[in-house]
Design a protein around this ligand. Structure first.
Ligand code: ZN
Length: 54
């Protein structure tokens, strides 16, 4: 199963991911968190320690 990066819409495959895993998008490098497996969902990982450009 794949889903799209919420930042750049690159296809991201779920097969190596576990729920709660934080990983960088292979395309844009945004830190993403796995928020669901069935269906596969990802969201930008919270960055609470620093202001992250918004
Ligand atoms: Zn991306």
């Amino acid at each position: 199963m794949t889903t799209q990066c919420p930042e750049c819409e690159a296809a991201v495959e779920s097969r190596t991911m576990v729920l709660g895993e934080v990983f960088p998008c292979p395309d844009c490098g945004t830190e993403l968190e796995v928020t669901g497996k069935e269906p596969f969902r990802i969201e930008p990982a919270p960055k609470e320690a620093e202001d992250w450009g918004e």
